[in-house]
Design a protein around this ligand. Structure first.
Ligand code: ADP
Ligand code: MG
Length: 494
């Protein structure tokens, strides 16, 4: 409660410093072929009402049947959030009228969710991290979509989404800045994608956030919160929080009070506006769904799912640091997307000597490959340089066949023309000159041709770099700069 408040995060107001308090409710669409209570497909982009069963259309007398895969996905997610898994949970009807919800209620979990308290560790830069508590995760159905732009006087409804399984992941009010909130969503999304339980595609609305914001003077109890509904990009989450915090501070400093309400963020105007007064749980007349038995499974079943979980980003990062000596920052970059981590691991798997070159391989993946992919706007899955090819380049450098500089040229050749790096080194004659006699000859030639520079270098030893550069040039980059440096030192007596 009385944790030290980081002054960087405080917002300056007329009446002193303010602290923003944020809690997020994330709706994550469960990755599954069929909906939560029917066999209809969840595929995105079908023709309107193409994926609608009688259950989704809420025909009288239809009975929901729970989809076991959706349950497994929720358990996997709970395990990934280091959360308590409840072996017994229940489904409730949350009643409200909405044109794209034909049942007139949403089946959700209210008093007994499938997953209880957990935690997410969130890196916030400069090697610092915070823990964001998870309050709960529950399963619920998505609603359909009203279409208002198809006909001049009528609205249409598309029920393809109706009944699709969502996980609502509720955080504790543990975030204190828009940056922390954005980092939390990013991390949560990464965990879901590693687990394969939600694709995290925010553009398709497969992950969206209700953002709860309040402000207070540091040390005071929590203020009244407003909930900004359905924000569907990480950038907008940050913008909505910053705007909303300022708005609330303005009201409070003018002597007003905050009404607890539901608001909407308008990204075009960059502001939030009131949507409705906050509804209370009793407004929904929650009651246990009589069509569904309590959801029960065994601890053994949970253990089975646990045993099959993939390695998650935090563990992977720790392993990269411990096994290959990566910096925490580099390891963090590699694990931030599952695809990047997979690529690095594929390179590792091909290396001749992982212990020797694992760190070097990380540098190549991060600096050369990611740098180039970003520049060209290419996704890692479509990388022109494969993990095998990159591993071969790192091998060639590690074993001393080529210099790092030639390695970069080789990378360029493989990127543009493809080919087997080892064969290219042979056919293009890129091998590093290891014949000491040949290197010595080059050094002697350069030294003999530049007596004035020799004199300068004796007075100012850092000028040795100039000589190294000349020898590198003369050899077409094929000598080992360290060997040249050593030779020069002894020749020049410095
Ligand atoms: P409801 O179900 O009515 O939305 P909850 O108690 O489940 O209410 O809280 C919803 C979210 O609001 C949670 O993510 C929680 O962390 C957050 N929250 C609760 N109190 C505050 C507060 N004072 N300021 C900011 N966020 C808050
Ligand atoms: Mg809420």
């Amino acid at each position: 409660m009385n944790a030290i408040v980081d002054p960087k995060k405080l917002i300056k107001g007329a009446t002193g410093d303010w602290e923003v308090v944020i809690g997020l409710e994330i709706h994550a669409q469960v990755t599954s072929n069929a909906k939560l209570f029917s066999g209809a497909a969840t595929a995105f982009g079908g023709a309107p009402n193409e994926h609608v069963s009688l259950v989704d259309a809420a025909m009288p007398g239809m009975l929901p049947v729970i989809n076991a895969e959706c349950v497994a996905q929720a358990i996997r997610t709970g395990l990934g959030l280091k959360a308590q898994i409840n072996l017994k949970s229940t489904f409730d009807r949350k009643n409200y009228f909405y044109p794209d919800l034909p049942q007139g209620y949403q089946i959700s979990q209210y008093k007994q969710p499938i997953v209880g308290e957990g935690v997410v560790i969130v890196d916030i830069g400069d090697g610092e991290s915070i823990e964001v508590g998870i309050e709960r995760l529950h399963l619920e159905q998505d609603a359909g979509k009203s279409l208002h732009d198809q006909h001049p006087t009528m609205s249409f409804v598309d029920l393809n989404r109706s009944g699709v399984a969502l996980m609502e992941i509720v955080s504790k009010p543990d975030m204190r800045s828009s940056e922390e909130a954005k980092a939390y969503v990013t991390k949560l999304r990464t965990i879901l994608r590693y687990l394969g339980t939600c694709d995290g595609d925010m553009e398709k609305g497969n992950l969206r956030a209700d953002v709860n914001v309040s402000v207070r003077h540091p040390g005071e109890p929590f203020g009244t919160r407003c909930e900004i509904k359905n924000v569907n990009s990480i950038r907008f989450i940050g913008q909505a929080i910053d705007y909303e915090a300022r708005r609330q501070i303005g009201i409070l400093e003018d002597g007003g009070t905050i009404d607890q309400e539901t608001r909407l963020y308008d990204p075009n105007k960059g502001e939030t506006r009131s949507m409705r007064a906050k509804e209370e749980a009793h407004d929904y007349r929650y009651f246990p769904d009589p069509d569904l038995l309590p959801l029960e499974f065994t601890a053994d079943y949970v253990e089975e799912l646990k045993a099959e979980l993939p390695e998650l980003p935090d563990e992977k990062r720790a392993r990269f640091i411990a096994d290959f000596g990566l910096t925490p920052y580099d390891a963090g970059v590699l694990v931030s997307e599952r695809e990047s981590a997979d690529f690095y691991e594929a390179v590792l798997a091909k290396l001749a000597d992982r212990t020797r070159d694992g760190k070097q391989a990380a540098n190549w993946v991060i600096n050369e490959l990611f740098g180039r992919l970003n520049k060209e706007g290419v996704a890692i899955e479509a990388s022109p340089v494969s993990a095998d090819q990159l591993a071969a380049i790192v091998d060639l450098i590690g074993e001393g066949t080529i210099s790092g500089k030639i390695g970069k040229d080789l990378f360029e050749i493989v990127w543009t023309k493809g080919g087997d790096p080892k064969a290219l080194v042979e056919s293009l004659g890129l091998k590093q000159v290891t014949d000491l006699g040949a290197i010595e000859k080059m050094v002697d030639d350069i030294v003999a041709a530049n007596p004035d520079k020799v004199a300068q270098a004796r007075a100012k030893p850092q000028l040795i770099g100039w000589f190294v550069g000349q020898v590198m040039k003369l050899s077409g980059g094929k000598v080992n700069p360290q060997a040249v440096n050593d030779l020069l030192k002894s020749k020049l007596g410095i």
